[in-house]
Design a protein around this ligand. Structure first.
Ligand SMILES: [Zn+2]
Length: 257
């Protein structure tokens, strides 16, 4: 989907508009951050984003397609591997790390968490074409981080996503911590609608909502039809940009210098 790349070149504001004292008054960025890499949902999510010439934000577990992987939650849901992730990335979507084996790092010693994160990044280096950990966002499983990990992780990756407020300020170049919210185990559409409403009531902000599967798949799913309607609704609002997290940091933050 070559058009995705060209679509993004129009997103950054001209330097002059941010170089001046007055940035644009209203700006709302929406990132739906899809976790876990369920095969069927990921394919469908990507197709829906492509329909609107948008890039999806998909965060996957490094070892999910390896023999030794034991899904901690939703063991019956088939996961995809790097064959699909490379294909989706080539089509303009963003594929980011969501742990080596989806461990809750609040329950582990620092050294073990660190080891798992480094193993996760090593797999990404090896398997995902063009992967650059210095541009990557590490998406904590369960959005569970610790102060020690939050301090260490920016030495390895560009930024990390963990639990906290759903609405972040517009990003800046030094930003390493992104916070998000999620809702489950049942359908999370109402929770997304509430956060969107809150965002649109603000002058500016970046909503990161941690989504998962589509239709009945996995924890806190949304319907595919809801996703289409949501994207259509948001695309009609002039102040809104729908972007994956890495592109927000790369393009939006640098445009504000
Ligand atoms: Zn997860």
């Amino acid at each position: 989907m070559a058009a995705v790349g060209t679509a993004f070149t129009g997103i950054a504001f001209p330097k002059s508009s941010y170089g001046a004292a007055q940035p644009p008054k209203k700006k709302h960025i929406v990132t739906l951050s899809f976790d876990d890499g369920f095969k069927r949902s990921s394919v469908k999510t990507a197709e829906i984003y492509e329909k609107y010439n948008l890039s999806a934000c998909i965060n996957v577990v490094a070892s999910a397609s390896m023999k030794e992987f034991h899904a901690p939650d939703y063991p019956d849901v088939p996961r995809a591997g790097f064959g699909l992730w490379n294909d989706l990335q080539a089509r303009g979507h963003e594929i980011m790390p969501h742990g080596y084996k989806h461990a809750n790092k609040r329950n582990l010693p620092f050294s073990e968490s660190k080891d798992l994160i480094l193993r996760c990044l090593d797999v990404f280096d090896k398997e995902l074409k063009g992967f650059d950990r210095k541009q990557a966002i590490f998406n904590f499983p369960y959005n569970a981080s610790t102060a020690e990990l939050e301090q260490w992780l920016p030495t390895q990756v560009r930024a990390f996503r963990t639990g906290g407020a759903a609405i972040n300020p517009l990003p800046h170049n030094e930003q390493v911590k992104l916070t998000c919210t999620s809702f489950g185990p049942n359908n999370c559409e109402k929770a997304i609608d509430r956060e969107i409403e809150k965002l649109l009531g603000m002058e500016s902000g970046w909503l990161i909502f941690n989504t998962h599967g589509l239709d009945e798949e996995g924890w806190g799913p949304i319907r595919a039809t809801y996703l289409e309607q949501l994207l259509e609704r948001l695309l009609a609002i002039e102040t809104v940009e729908i972007l994956p997290a890495g592109k927000v940091l790369k393009q939006f933050a640098s445009a504000r210098q």
